[in-house]
Design a protein around this ligand. Structure first.
Ligand code: MG
Length: 375
């Protein structure tokens, strides 16, 4: 990490860990954070959690695990180019979805509705809770005892009410300050990753077609380039060539606009980053093109009736499980059995949020199926 920009996060300017530990050997503090995340149980469960398509719908669709790896790849490339802390960008990327429920956004919305009377449920906050509290692996502390900047980067959004309860990582939401540039990169790398892989997965599923996608300017431009250069190319390769060009265009635009912003603002320290406007950004034109793509995906893919049917099942599974566990705590596995209602609601939310898609389906069957199933 010899050549970091003066406004990059580094081991030297980091606010450190809650519980002080000896400096690591042969790796940086943020490499250690990344390693702890990869070795966590929550990280392995991402393999069986939905991004858009439920895990059993096909082996080639993205899962939260492959999504997180794609985010890390994009974030690292951008961070390296801007001389920012690549290890931190990678750590935040790999951890950013650890708190996601099974069944993607449908699952999160359902659990949030169930938790309305008990403080709600929000996946960013849950990701932080996983790394701060829920992972029980180390002798000296609960959670992973990650560096402040990794934790801060995981908490992308937060209400003022929740921020006030969170201490150090909540402060910036109350003071309207920015997170590190590495965290800003990860947020936008997340967008680049999901917009593009949802195009790819949407086409693979057959729920959207290339002809429909060609109405979106960002796709049309790259699709034409591919077809002109390779008129005989089979469709699967056309799709990949188009998507890889779109990712490249978005990453390049983001780097160039962010460089312009950084030069204009003349930042010299991490403190400057926190008080300046957001530095990591797309150009206004690219923002507009991304917005058009998002609108297309929302109306044509996320609201496709086949996706909606699965979302409805997901909501049902989650609200049934929550309801039955709230009504009788004795149905919960022993480590989650709590009598106090408010404490129990959070324990149930932790239990449900930690489930993979297939575990949630099986748990629902174990409790509700009337035919013979093993308990
Ligand atoms: Mg994500």
């Amino acid at each position: 990490m010899a050549d970091l920009a003066p406004y990059a996060v580094s081991d030297t300017n980091s606010r450190g860990r809650k519980i002080t530990e000896a400096a690591p050997n042969a790796r940086s503090e943020f490499q250690r954070d990344r390693d702890r995340i990869i070795h966590s149980g929550a990280f392995r469960r991402l393999e069986y959690k939905t991004q858009v398509f439920v895990n059993h719908e096909g082996d080639l669709f993205r899962t939260r695990l492959t999504h997180s790896i794609e985010v890390a790849q994009i974030a690292r490339s951008i961070a390296r180019h801007l001389r920012l802390n690549e290890d931190l960008a990678e750590a935040i990327s790999l951890a950013h979805d650890l708190g996601h429920t099974p069944f993607g956004h449908a699952g999160q919305d359902a659990l949030n509705t169930c938790m309305k009377a008990y403080g709600g449920f929000e996946h960013n906050l849950q990701s932080l809770r996983v790394v701060d509290v829920l992972e029980e692996r180390y002798a000296a502390f609960d959670g992973l005892n990650l560096c402040f900047e990794t934790r801060e980067g995981i908490l992308k959004h937060c209400s003022a009410e929740n921020a006030a309860k969170l201490g150090d990582v909540g402060e910036r939401f109350l003071q309207h300050r920015r997170p590190s540039l590495e965290a800003q990169i990860t947020n936008l790398a997340d967008e680049i990753a999901y917009n593009n892989h949802d195009v790819d997965d949407g086409l693979r599923s057959g729920l959207i077609t290339l002809e429909e996608l060609a109405t979106v300017p960002l796709v049309a431009k790259h699709l034409q380039q591919v077809k002109q250069a390779h008129p005989e190319l089979p469709e699967r390769r056309v799709i990949h060539e188009t998507v890889r060009r779109m990712i490249n265009t978005l990453v390049t635009d983001l780097i160039q606009q962010s460089e312009r912003n950084l030069t204009a603002q003349k930042l010299t320290s991490i403190e400057d980053v926190r008080t300046a406007p957001a530095m990591i950004a797309f150009s206004p034109e690219m923002n507009e093109q991304q917005r058009e793509l998002k609108t297309f995906l929302r109306t044509q893919l996320y609201r496709h009736y086949k996706v909606m049917r699965m979302s409805t099942k997901a909501q049902r599974i989650i609200s049934d499980l929550f309801g039955v566990f709230m009504a009788d705590y004795r149905l919960l596995p022993e480590q989650f059995q709590v009598q106090d209602e408010a404490v129990r609601s959070r324990a149930i939310a932790d239990y449900i949020a930690g489930m993979t898609d297939r575990y949630a389906i099986r748990e629902h069957r174990r409790i509700f199926a009337v035919e013979e199933v093993p308990i």
